[in-house]
Design a protein around this ligand. Structure first.
Ligand SMILES: [Zn+2]
Length: 320
């Protein structure tokens, strides 16, 4: 499908201090129905305009509405998920390809990315972090210390990492099973979103999931996250947030729903705790699925389409 007309332009707001420093870019509404980031960014822009906040070092780029088509429709996707297979496109097939062609070079001009999202389930806000330093083939990375420090500066208890490895493991299992069809979960490139792209071009990046889409506190969490990132990077004068004990979770496994009779043992909520050996669900053929480690169920979807992600498992990590 070739998108006949480009969607609305993307508004980008930039502030350049006259002293050198870190270059931070902040995205809101990569998913169009996740408006907390947009509101948080607008609140911070207002503070700069009113003069109650001053950029003292470095530069700040704010993109309140990263996917204007999806935002106008108030849906997650415009023509496809902007946060999958994110890279400059040679062949324009969908509006998100046009967005990636504008956004990718912009990201490359920065050191750090803060991507502000919200989620469907209920629950507390959390931070998504990239991998440990590594030279492996999947997501080689050397800026884990900077990224961890930025994640900790958010002052949010829960931190999750291991997304691309868990996704790639799912791709490998589907490939081994001969699953074909939708490319969405059968190719590793679909695990590449804004933050993975940022790491691949020499930057570092975190995602803050600010709460449920409709949580009235989510815009305030987005604003707080942006202010804390500015303070942490020395772009504004602000006191460090109080140090807290983090709950660090590593995604280690994804299971797909293979049959309509694959059923959960109980109606799991995202981040419900599980102990090693605990029963999670039962396959249609009677196979019981148990947790291999103590940790959490993440993103359970009892009604997942067949062949799509049913749930992820995360284990407790001592990374920090
Ligand atoms: Zn999102």
């Amino acid at each position: 499908m070739n998108s006949p007309t480009p969607g609305a332009p993307i508004q980008v707001h930039q502030f350049h201090a006259l002293a050198p420093g870190a270059r931070l870019i902040v995205l809101g509404a990569v998913h169009g129905n996740e408006t907390c980031g947009t509101q948080g960014i607008q609140a911070v822009m207002k503070r700069f305009e009113q003069g109650t906040l001053k950029l003292i070092r470095g530069s700040l780029t704010l993109v309140p509405i990263t996917n204007p088509l999806a935002y106008a429709k108030a849906t997650r996707e415009g023509e496809r998920n902007l946060n999958r297979d994110f890279r400059p496109a040679v062949v324009i097939e969908q509006n998100e390809d046009r967005i990636a062609n504008v956004l990718a070079p912009l990201l490359q001009q920065h050191d750090a990315l803060l991507d502000l999202h919200s989620f469907t389930s209920q629950g507390e806000p959390f931070v998504f972090l990239g991998p440990r330093n590594n030279s492996g083939p999947l997501e080689p990375f050397g800026l884990a210390a900077q990224e961890e420090a930025l994640a900790q500066a958010m002052g949010l208890k829960r931190v999750v990492f291991g997304w691309l490895e868990a996704f790639a493991q799912g791709v490998a299992r589907r490939t081994a099973l001969g699953v074909t069809g939708s490319m969405i979960n059968t190719h590793i490139a679909y695990g590449i979103g804004t933050t993975e792209f940022m790491r691949s071009v020499g930057g570092y990046a975190i995602t803050v999931e600010c709460g449920n889409h409709a949580d009235p506190q989510a815009p305030a969490i987005a604003e707080q996250s942006l202010l804390r990132a500015l303070g942490h990077l020395g772009l504004i004068d602000s006191p460090a947030p109080p140090a807290i004990d983090h709950e660090v979770l590593e995604l280690i496994e994804v299971q797909d729903r293979a049959h309509t009779d694959d059923v959960f043992f109980r109606p799991w909520q995202s981040f419900d705790r599980v102990k090693a050996g605990e029963l999670i669900g039962t396959r249609a053929d009677g196979t019981a699925l148990h947790a291999q480690h103590s940790g959490c169920i993440v993103f359970p979807n009892a009604n997942a389409a067949l062949g799509r992600e049913w749930f992820y498992l995360a284990r407790d990590s001592d990374r920090f």
